[in-house]
Design a binder for this molecule. Structure first.
Ligand code: MN
Length: 491
């Protein structure tokens, strides 16, 4: 027995040794993962059809500098290819091309020595087959003369092209003005609109299939999501310990992002939201501009690390000085209760709307109890200007994955979906509530893996209860002794 234990201990030490020497070196998705995803799509496709995916466009930031490139998540999911100017054709059935059978064709960028000197190497059609596991690869320039008759398919399925300047939420947007201008000046282009008589074009089915596929996470995806969530919550904890009145919102954002990167998360999955006091009431506040966060304020921090393409989405709201005031705690604990009630019913078979309803019920009833709403009558809880709930004006839940608001079906929960539950209460200055409640923003957002009979909270490394947050904030921080030189003018 003793020997057995010794052996087991040695074995475990050996494993730890291996782990320590390989810090998540091999946890990128493999070409095999993407190949299986293409096969899963094919299984959903009707007979004699083709699905076409395009890479994301490169976006200009200013002058000759572009935004950091981010691949289209559908295209990445299908190919694993991270470069722009690419396209993939996925056929339901095998086709014969120049004597070669294939059910997929990839188009990639051409090599360009000068560009590669600036930006690094390109995969090219020579490198793509082995790296991506797609055997038939051409250069984008070859597509023009490509001998493929799309009319042979019952359906050609793809996404609507992104109209860069189109903004459907604005009347008379730039796109419309340009369209009108084109009409006025007699400009005509055959690619302006899909010709209605082309009946084999299908702009809807592909998205439904992608939602079905991407909404259910594969094991490899869950590993990456867990990693992203661990990094995000670990960063939330470190910032809770480090935060002090007088720091700026930007600095606090910087601490989060430094810690993300310390643990090798490549990016933020979405622009970080760090808002103190009334800034926290702006749902997607990303300026993070306030130069000094104040003693007595709450600070809302909605941050997600992106690890190998997969993003967490975690929000914590904490008191800048380490202690919730009585009123802040009342609101905070109500939001916590709403999240807990949703968590308790979160399992396979529950619908997204049931989750929304239960969080709304807890919050609305609690706000009536606190005298913040007069009653549960719709006219008392609706903001007539927005048509939304006055103090809890957003949805409670969404999928996460390659997108922070990930593709997925939004009906019933299924095993291996990963979703957020994120109730909130935001009482802005000037609202009908008593002044003592003004500028209290609270959102608690966690990430959950749905299982057959419940859900697993992935983000519980960071405390959610008000008492636990206060306790953690008392701890010393690795940043307490960080002293940087004063920034002075040296001119
Ligand atoms: Mn969210």
């Amino acid at each position: 027995m003793k020997n057995y234990l010794l052996l087991l201990t040695l074995f475990c030490l050996a494993l730890m040794e291996v782990k320590a020497q390989n810090p998540h070196k091999d946890d990128f998705l493999t070409s095999d993962f993407h190949k299986k995803r293409r096969e899963a799509l094919r299984a959903l496709m009707p007979p004699n059809t083709v699905a076409v995916f395009f890479s994301n466009p490169v976006r200009n930031r200013a002058n000759d500098v572009d935004y950091v490139y981010h691949q289209d998540p559908n295209f990445f999911y299908m190919t694993g290819h991270k470069e722009p100017h690419s396209m993939v054709l996925i056929f339901k059935d095998n086709l014969n091309f120049n004597g070669k059978e294939t059910n997929e064709i990839l188009f990639v960028r051409q090599h360009n020595a000068l560009m590669e000197m600036y930006e690094g190497g390109r995969l090219g059609k020579d490198g793509a087959p082995e790296k991506l596991g797609i055997n038939m690869v051409f250069e984008g320039t070859e597509f023009g003369d490509f001998n493929l008759d799309f009319s042979q398919f019952d359906k050609v399925m793809f996404y609507k092209f992104k109209d860069d300047v189109r903004d459907h939420r604005e009347k008379g947007d730039l796109y419309e003005m340009i369209q009108e201008f084109k009409t006025k000046v007699g400009y005509e282009s055959k690619d302006l609109a899909i010709e209605p008589h082309k009946t084999n074009i299908d702009l809807r089915s592909l998205d439904q299939m992608m939602a079905k596929l991407r909404g259910i996470k594969e094991k490899e995806e869950l590993d990456l999501l867990r990693k992203a969530v661990d990094i995000s919550t670990l960063a939330q904890n470190e910032v809770m310990k480090a935060i002090k009145p007088g720091m700026s919102e930007t600095e606090i954002q910087g601490l989060h992002e430094f810690i993300f990167k310390k643990y090798r998360a490549e990016y933020e999955g979405y622009p970080s939201i760090v808002g103190a006091g009334h800034n926290g009431c702006v749902l997607h506040y990303i300026e993070n501009y306030k130069p000094e966060v104040e003693d007595g304020e709450l600070i809302l921090m909605d941050l997600g690390a992106e690890y190998h393409g997969y993003t967490a989405d975690v929000t914590r709201t904490i008191p800048v000085n380490g202690k919730f005031s009585e009123n802040q705690k009342l609101i905070y604990d109500l939001v916590y209760k709403a999240q807990e009630e949703a968590r308790k019913i979160c399992k396979e078979g529950t619908s997204f709307s049931e989750l929304t309803k239960i969080t709304q019920k807890v919050i609305n009833e609690g706000l009536v109890e606190l005298g913040i709403y007069k009653s549960l009558n719709p006219e008392d809880i609706t903001n007539p200007d927005t048509g939304r709930n006055r103090y809890y004006p957003h949805g409670c839940c969404h999928h996460i994955g390659l997108d922070v608001h990930d593709k997925g079906e939004y009906a019933e929960l299924k095993e291996n979906m990963v979703i957020t539950i994120e109730p909130g209460i935001y009482i802005t200055e000037g609202s009908p509530a008593d002044k003592k409640w003004w500028n209290i923003p609270v959102r608690i957002e966690d990430d959950f893996l749905v299982t057959k009979d419940g859900c697993e909270i992935l983000s519980d490394l960071a405390p959610r209860k008000s008492e636990d947050i206060e306790k953690l904030m008392e701890q010393p921080s690795a940043f307490d002794n960080l002293v940087l030189p004063e920034l002075e003018s040296h001119h």
